[in-house]
Design a protein around this ligand. Structure first.
Ligand code: SAH
Length: 347
């Protein structure tokens, strides 16, 4: 059975589902979910992420990770935790870039948070040559009681969101139902609950959409509480916005092109823009005092990407130099990833 037929049957039996349930099933259904396959990244896959564009990206995350470790006084036992590591490229580059930092690798335990069985296997292969202890967990429930550095790139955008539409009768949740054997968007017959109405403080015009992700906030709360209790910091990179904002950011991508969200379910990547204000707020609620949102280009520049690129170019041939320039452009340019992508640091 295809995921689409599975969803149609479930909706026929139990009624329409929320956008959040739809995302969760489309991406993570144990059998049909999009991330349960391996061929999703890179040129032959559906999308390319920053670590897949260039090693420079992971190296700059490595600079950040090592400098925070030093700021913490070089603790002898620390966890480096990545959420949603994809093919494991980012962690590989971070570890490669930091191998000469004295004492760092000896202090590390690597923890990878991943729910896809197929990707877990790919990540284990990617990190096989690094000898420090490594663990894989599907959620954050089992973290060790020690200082921890959290990193995540394009993880929060994969977590489920709810959508609410302003109608004449007030806010209604956007749902997915079935009509004439096709999946369709529809509205809940009931008003959105008071909590969501309060959250949508700004006055919305008719048909405007606001989004809310309890999943993102929950994960951020778990991370922030862990940091507060045991020490550490977090670095979270994603495309997203700061409040106040509204609009439909749910999108599907297949073979590097936008795709209708309700078509080929389970075969296209589905994401939503991340609400960075809400993420930072979740962290602040736990008592974390240091939080900072900047653009990806500002972050990479602060970590010294230009200097590192110059150094690599000196040893490169003409083709490699062109590739480096192209990668820099994609990572830094305001009309590529440089501005839309944001970085939240907490600690
Ligand atoms: N960070 C990688 C991959 C991003 S794709 C990169 O930059 O290339 C999103 C990743 O998050 C995938 O590894 C996917 O399997 C994982 N993921 C998505 N939802 C998840 C969830 N709820 N819990 C754990 N991992 C999840």
């Amino acid at each position: 059975m295809s995921l689409e037929n599975y969803l149609k049957r479930q909706i026929a039996q139990q009624g329409p589902i929320t956008v959040a349930e739809f995302m969760q099933l489309a991406l993570m259904h144990p059998r049909y979910g999009y991330y349960q396959q391996q061929q999703v990244f890179g040129k032959e896959g559906d999308f390319t992420t920053a670590p897949e564009i260039s090693q420079l990206f992971g190296e700059m995350v490595g600079v950040w990770v090592a400098s925070i470790w030093q700021q913490l006084g070089c603790p002898k036992d620390i966890a480096l935790i990545e959420l949603g590591p994809g093919r494991g490229v980012l962690m590989q580059d971070v570890l490669r870039a930091t191998r000469h930092v004295k004492g760092f690798h000896d202090a590390l335990e690597i923890i990878m948070i991943e729910q896809s069985v197929a990707l877990t296997q790919t990540q284990q292969e990617a990190l096989a040559s690094f000898s420090m202890p490594k663990q894989w967990y599907p959620t954050l429930e089992k973290l060790p009681s020690k200082p921890s550095l959290f990193i995540a790139n394009e993880f929060f955008d994969a977590l489920p969101i709810h959508q609410y539409v302003q109608t004449q009768e007030g806010l209604r949740e956007r749902l997915i139902g079935v009509e004439e054997d096709e999946l369709i968007f529809m509205l809940s017959a009931l008003p959105a609950d008071i909590f969501v109405q309060r959250m949508a403080k700004q006055s919305l015009e008719r048909d405007q959409i606001i989004e809310y992700s309890p999943a993102c906030e929950h994960v951020m709360t778990q991370i922030a509480e862990h940091i507060k209790r045991y020490g550490g910091a977090g670095l979270f990179i994603d495309y997203g916005y700061e409040m106040p904002a509204y609009g439909d950011t749910l999108q599907a991508v297949k073979s590097h092109r936008y795709h209708p969200v309700l078509e080929d379910v389970g075969e296209a990547d589905i994401t939503a823009h991340v609400n960075f204000t809400a993420l930072a707020h979740a962290a602040i609620q736990t008592g974390i005092t240091q939080q900072h949102i900047i653009t990806q280009s500002a972050f990479l520049n602060q970590m010294g990407i230009e200097v590192r690129a110059k150094h690599l170019k000196e040893k490169a041939n003409a083709t490699q130099r062109e590739q480096l320039d192209a990668a820099l452009h994609r990572l830094l340019s305001q009309d590529e990833m440089g501005k839309l992508f944001k970085v939240l640091m907490i600690g």
